[in-house]
Design a protein around this ligand. Structure first.
Ligand code: C5P
Length: 411
């Protein structure tokens, strides 16, 4: 599923190089892949190769010296939708069957409670050995998906069963496992409308009133919503963020365009998240030609308030859950609670800006999520992707409390 996270465990086998192809083809399908390797796998393909291909650090040891405050096997296990061993050596299969945890990948296996897939690769005598077959049966009985190895030329030059299944077949099997995991797709059947990024209000063709929003927070919400099963429309101001997979993106420039698109798409939405940093003001009289510099050192412009999109969305009736954002520089909770009441939204995601590490132009964020039933959750400091998941969790919980558990169209 696009937006899903696969934990790819590579173990010691000549076929380790084929895991690179599996990784790439998963990425083609919008899946995010993180790699953990056994020490022996690193003798066949360097962890550097997987780091470069996946865009993430590759973990081989259980000791994470970069972020010692969190135990990596627990974090990685929590953050992944499926655990896939490609290729799986006889040794690693045995460890899985017995529950041995003596290195990072095998520890990760025990810390993971989602669906597991194993694609074995080994010499034919090893594959046919009763010990290996018993271990594979044990895994199968536990619900592990086994991608049957094929018959063909083996590393030794022999011909027989034990060859890693073709990478595309392994990818198909992984996608099947991801689709079959409904518990991890609680937004399935729901329409989520998200706005993101700044707006640009033009004075003339080359001068604008805008703000430093990068759009990353809203994009992260859109991406997380897809991963959790929703159909997502993203109305985006000008940003440099990579387009998420499987999200319908509508690009706009100014507040008025954003307003029109949001109102047009809100009718079908179950959840609307206004993460955009809409410019509060716009020039009253923008001009079509580039203005000459004024004679003096100062220049005056008359600006007016932009339409409050959140307010207009609130006026549409229905069961739609409306989520606003509040960027404050102090008194975060009190001001945000006040904004929640004033704007009449269901939830407000409040963050302190201007404190470094949170808010605009950074990868991480720390937020307080308030809802109109009095709920109050803090999330972070964490990557915006993780904050996005917390926001969607809070939305789902809010809807459950209101008894809007199943997807309903707002009327
Ligand atoms: O009042 P303030 O601008 O701080 O409120 C922020 C929230 O209102 C954000 O969710 C933002 O997307 C939304 N907003 C809006 N239309 C505006 C300004 C802000 O919908 N013109």
């Amino acid at each position: 599923m696009p937006g899903s996270r696969v934990l790819l465990v590579v173990t010691g086998s000549v076929a380790a190089y084929k895991a690179c192809e599996v990784l790439r083809r998963l990425q083609d399908r919008g899946v995010e892949v993180r790699v953990a390797m056994t020490k022996n796998a690193g003798k066949f393909v360097s962890p550097l190769t997987f780091a470069a291909l996946s865009g993430h650090r590759v973990l081989v040891n259980s000791f994470d010296d970069e972020r010692p405050e969190r135990i990596p096997h627990v974090r990685w296990a929590e953050e992944s939708d499926t655990f896939c061993v490609v290729p799986a050596s006889a040794d690693f299969i045995a460890k899985m069957a017995l529950g041995i945890a003596d290195d990072f990948p095998s520890t990760l296996h025990l810390a993971f409670d989602g669906p597991v897939l194993v694609a074995p690769a080994m010499e034919d005598q090893m594959w046919q050995h009763p010990a290996v077959q018993e271990n594979v049966d044990k895994l199968r009985a536990r619900g592990v998906a086994i991608v049957q190895p094929t018959i063909g030329p083996l590393a030794s030059g022999r011909h027989g069963p034990g060859r890693l299944a073709e990478p595309l077949n392994v990818v198909d099997a992984i996608m099947e496992v991801l689709i079959m995991e409904p518990a991890k797709r609680p937004l399935a059947g729901m329409q989520v409308l998200v706005s993101a990024g700044p707006t640009r209000e033009h004075f003339d063709p080359v001068r604008v009133l805008t703000n430093p929003s990068t759009g990353r927070m809203g994009y992260a919400v859109a991406e997380a919503a897809v991963r959790l099963g929703a159909d997502v429309v993203l109305v985006s101001g000008p940003t440099q963020v990579a387009e998420p997979f499987e999200v319908e993106i509508i690009r706009v420039t100014n507040a008025e365009e954003m307003r029109c698109e949001m109102l047009a798409h809100a009718a079908l939405a179950d959840v609307v998240v206004m993460a955009a940093a809409v410019s509060d003001f716009r020039p009253v009289a923008p001009v079509p030609e580039k203005l000459k510099k004024a004679a003096g050192d100062t220049m005056s412009w008359k600006v007016e308030r932009t339409p409050d999109i959140l307010e207009e969305l609130r006026q549409l009736r229905g069961n739609r859950t409306l989520v606003g954002f509040a960027a404050e520089t102090s008194n975060l909770e009190a001001r945000s609670r006040e904004k929640l009441d004033r704007k009449g939204c269901d939830l407000i995601v409040a963050n302190l800006v201007g404190t470094g590490g949170t808010g605009f132009e950074v990868e991480t964020n720390e937020v307080v999520i308030l809802d109109r039933l009095g709920g109050n959750v803090t999330a972070g400091p964490a990557l915006k992707a993780d904050i996005a998941t917390s926001i969607l969790d809070a939305i789902l919980e809010f809807r459950q409390r209101l008894g809007i558990a199943s997807p309903e169209k707002a009327g």
